[in-house]
Ligand binder design. Structure first.
Ligand code: ADP
Ligand code: MG
Length: 616
């Protein structure tokens, strides 16, 4: 007896019908998802002419029993839903029991399939949904489906198709996404006889990313590994350097199905908020594992947009998962912590004493190493070695042994953020009174003093602001400012935000106020223009169209940081530079200024050697 049943009316009417097959890529998606559902380990896809004339999807899955081959092509036939209760559980996965029927009705289909237990397989051929041939055949275990002349009997749909090359791109896009969502399955894609994609299927997502996007991308990504009471979130998030001008390199999966989700996308954006320039989008592959009951059923199948019953919590979890990953929180800090403990025993450096977090501990150890360099020859050697060991260790990708890991030999993997290494690098000097140059390992690092300082001040202000700690620093000479009615009204309405930001003022009559304090860090900047600091903050608040309190405050904090930060074209003493680095090593995000410009750029030694033709 076969497994496939025909859904009764009460169930099928509950299923969002909709037209599933819009173009070759949607047919490929349905066929490949069937192969995945059939437990395949290897899935190969071949298309010709953008998939319009020819699509072949072959898998080594469990196959279809002889009794069922015809039934598989009937509408609302599925082996995956048995009762109404099941619907809630599986609706996220797109089991609608209509894909094969839909594809068959607009094409010629040939299918060969064999289950493990039957010595012979079945061949079936359908024209426009009508069975034309059905017989036993010898074939490999699994299922192979050929779709020919898609939309031959629906000229309107056919006309709507784009150029073959464009349709082929849609197909390869969908295969890439599915491959990223299923790293334990080996996918291959052949277009017009040329193999375009082959993933190893070794269960390792990084290997799949390597096969699809290449070495540079793999070198620029950080692992996402997050869990709370509701979700488990895994994947990889790209560093700002590999961000792109579109969202094409973003793949979101819910329980391994590729989806679109506004809430997840905006949580990702928020995590990268101060790290990217406008119109830049981070690389991301993210899988959210969640109880299917918490994912909303009533969604459009073709658009793949999902909803969650608890959007706020999902938003928060994704935000934390991603920002932890890009700030290197779990990986760098945790690994470094352990590595340092070992190194410490080996080298016998004085105990660091008690500290609160692994991060602080590792920071302190790093400084200790740099200090110990002055002590003795052998200690210099040991401490330098220790830092190197730690850095290399952080660079080595963690997962070992569990897979064949084809990328290991080819890519270096993740590094310790450069800002955390700089305090131990050789200071070469300052150039153009704007850039500070360091030599570390095999590269030169050039740091933009303004961008770095801006980020430091922004983070310090932000930390205090959100903790509700006082930011105000009294002015020796209060400043009187004349304002418009509109501005005064706004100030009265938003007095609290200004107060929290460190601006303390009183009404001074005659449409004016007297400003008695400004945010504390700005006071250090001797040449700061208090008047414009306040007025610009006011303008920002008035004009900013963000509705959220935190957005308005953030924008104002950026601006204050920018004003207070050391300018370009300013000479800095070595002492000042060291202080800057010290601060930079201690902040959460040492990668970009609050507006997303990079803080450092790097030039590899071998690039210089190339320039000088020492190597070719
Ligand atoms: P659904 O996937 O929603 O169940 P489909 O029309 O896509 O509906 O497929 C109908 C049925 O055909 C599936 O439930 C499954 O039992 C069977 N089937 C389709 N493709 C395969 C395959 N590659 N391997 C094994 N069984 C398959
Ligand atoms: Mg299906």
């Amino acid at each position: 007896m076969g497994n496939i049943i025909i859904l009764d009316e009460s169930i099928s009417s509950k299923i969002a019908a909709g037209e599933v097959i819009e173009r070759p890529a949607s047919a490929v998606k349905e066929l490949v998802e069937n192969s995945i559902d059939a437990g395949a380990e290897t899935i190969s896809v071949e298309i010709k002419k953008g998939g319009v004339s020819f699509i072949k999807v072959s898998d080594n899955g469990r196959g279809i029993e002889a009794d069922d081959v015809e039934r598989a092509f009937e509408r609302h036939s599925t082996s995956k839903i048995k009762s109404v209760d099941d619907l809630d559980y599986i609706s996220t996965f797109g089991f609608r029991g209509e894909a094969l029927a839909s594809i068959a009705s607009v094409s010629t289909i040939q299918m060969t399939t064999r289950t493990r237990n039957s010595p012979l397989g079945m061949y079936i051929e359908l024209h426009a949904g009508k069975v034309a041939e059905k017989r036993q055949t010898g074939c490999a275990e699994g299922t192979s489906i050929i779709v020919k002349d898609l939309f031959f009997n629906t000229p309107a749909r056919y006309k709507f198709l784009k150029k073959d090359s464009t349709e082929a791109r849609y197909v390869s896009d969908i295969i890439e996404r599915i491959a990223l969502g299923n790293p334990h399955i080996s996918f291959s894609l052949t277009v017009n006889g040329v193999n375009l994609l082959h993933t190893p299927g070794n269960g390792d997502l990084k290997s799949a990313i390597f096969s699809i996007y290449g070495k540079e991308t793999v070198q620029g990504i950080c692992e996402i590994n997050y869990k709370d009471s509701m979700v488990r979130i895994t994947g990889y998030a790209g560093r700002p350097e590999i961000a792109r001008a579109s969202r094409n390199h973003q793949s979101i999966f819910i329980n391994r199905r590729y989806v679109r989700s506004k809430i997840i996308t905006s949580a990702i954006d928020e995590a990268y908020k101060t790290m990217l320039m406008k119109n830049k989008y981070p690389f991301i592959v993210i899988n959210v594992e969640i109880n299917p009951l918490l994912v909303d059923v009533n969604t459009h199948p073709a658009k793949m947009e999902v909803r969650f019953s608890n959007e706020q919590e999902i938003y928060r979890s994704v935000y934390h998962a991603v920002s932890d990953a890009i700030l290197g929180k779990q990986r760098v800090f945790a690994d470094t912590f352990d590595d340092l403990k070992n190194v410490q025993n080996d080298v016998d450096i004085k105990s660091a004493g008690k500290t609160e977090t692994p991060h602080e501990y590792s920071q302190m150890k790093l400084y200790e190493y740099s200090e110990s360099e002055s002590e003795s020859e052998s200690e210099i050697q040991a401490a330098a070695e220790a830092i190197k060991a730690m850095t290399i260790n952080a660079m080595t990708i963690k997962e070992e042994g569990s897979h064949e890991g084809s990328y290991h030999e080819e890519t270096a993997g993740q590094e310790l953020p450069i800002a955390r290494i700089l305090p131990h690098s050789r200071l070469v000097g300052q150039a153009f009174s704007t850039y500070i140059i360091f030599q570390t390992g095999e590269k030169l690092v050039i740091l933009d003093q303004h961008a770095a300082h801006e980020r430091i001040i922004y983070e310090k202000l932000k930390r205090k602001f959100y903790k509700g700690e006082p930011l105000a620093q009294s002015l020796a000479a209060p400043v009187v400012l004349e304002l418009s009615h509109k501005e005064l009204d706004f100030l009265n309405e938003h007095k609290e935000i200004f107060l929290n930001l460190g601006f303390i003022y009183e009404d001074f009559g005659n449409n004016s106020i007297v400003l008695r304090s400004i945010p504390f860090l700005t006071y250090e900047a001797k040449d700061i223009d208090v008047r414009s600091l306040f007025l610009d903050a006011l303008d920002t608040m008035i004009n900013f169209d963000g509705t959220k309190y935190s957005e308005v405050a953030d924008e104002t904090l950026y601006q204050i940081a920018c004003k207070a930060a050391v300018k370009a074209n300013k000479n800095m003493s070595e002492l000042e530079i060291r202080a800057l680095l010290n601060d930079l090593g201690n902040i959460e995000n040492p990668f970009t200024c609050p507006h997303g410009r990079p803080i450092t750029v790097e030039i590899e030694k071998h690039e210089l050697e190339k320039m000088f033709k020492r190597i070719v």
